[in-house]
Design a protein around this ligand. Structure first.
Ligand SMILES: C/C(=C\Cc1cc(O)c2ccccc2c1O)CCC[C@H](C)CCC[C@H](C)CCCC(C)C
Ligand code: SAM
Length: 229
């Protein structure tokens, strides 16, 4: 399963950023900005972006923590990480970002290391959500926050139908034209398996987070889980 997921992301790397802009009509930039804000990262912080992909959230985090801060981006797809490093050279040279190829279920950091963390569209894709939350808990300092953005099924029936229509009639056909049908068809079943906001709150509490909130955005089609260690 882990290898299959890594293969999906390695394969979509050449079109990933362009399709995110097209398919979300640019909205993913706003959702990512909200996520960084909810992580409460501030100048000078040591911060982590999990499942960083091509680095969209990582760059935003870097802007927040500034030159006195530190930023790490972790992902297990070498192709997406290459894109992140290329974008970084051209677009965001300061502060230096530490790009690490690795599994977020086994983070290469000491316990109590980070002041803030973000994760964008990663939690739905990991093979063990509880383990992922446990790793986030472990590497955050006591009192530090993480903000976790992902797709959701809206609770409202008609909005669910609109979302499914959009996936079936826009997202998958556009991806099919690029030879990436299966890769994008994967989104729909992954949404069905993904715990609801309420269920995520429960899981995060069980892991031990002191304070947990879930904010639905984009009419419940997206959501941000905010956890404080
Ligand atoms: C940020 C976006 C996508 C991230 C993303 C996440 C994944 O888990 C993937 C898995 C496999 C392949 C690709 C991805 C992936 O790109 C962009 C969001 C685009 C969405 C596909 C659709 C956006 C939904 C809108 C909120 C619905 C608008 C409906 C309306 C009728 C216009
Ligand atoms: C949809 S992309 C999101 C990328 C980026 N965060 C963004 O918002 O554009 C999901 C990312 O999660 C990564 N990923 C999934 N499971 C992972 C794991 N166990 N360890 C590290 N990265 C993982 C994938 O390689 C991919 O880059």
């Amino acid at each position: 399963m882990t290898n299959e997921i890594r293969t999906i992301f390695n394969r979509i790397a050449p079109v990933y950023d362009q399709l995110n802009d097209q398919l979300s009509l640019g909205q993913h930039r706003i959702w990512k900005e909200m996520t960084v804000k909810w992580s409460a990262a501030k100048p000078g912080d040591t911060s982590l972006d999990l499942c960083c992909g091509t680095g969209d959230l990582t760059f935003r985090l870097a802007r927040r923590v500034g030159r006195t801060g530190k930023v790490y981006g972790v992902d297990f797809s070498p192709n997406l990480l290459n894109n992140a490093q290329e974008r970084c050279k051209n677009y965001y040279p300061q502060p230096p970002i530490n790009w690490l190829e690795g599994d977020v279920l086994n983070l290469p950091f000491e316990t109590n290391y980070f002041d803030a963390a973000t994760m964008g569209y990663g939690l739905r894709n990991v093979k063990n959500i509880v383990k992922s939350l446990q790793e986030i808990y472990r590497v955050l300092k006591p009192g530090a926050k993480a903000a976790i953005l992902d797709f959701h099924r809206p609770s409202h029936q008609q909005l669910r139908a609109v979302q499914q229509w959009y996936l079936d009639n826009c997202v998958v056909p556009i991806a099919t034209n690029l030879g990436l049908k299966e890769e994008y068809a994967y989104i729909s079943p992954s949404l069905d398996r993904f715990p609801t906001g309420r269920e995520q709150i429960e899981l995060a509490r069980q892991v031990g987070f002191q304070e947990v909130r879930h904010y639905p955005i984009a009419n419940g089609m997206m959501g941000v889980l905010v956890v404080i260690r």
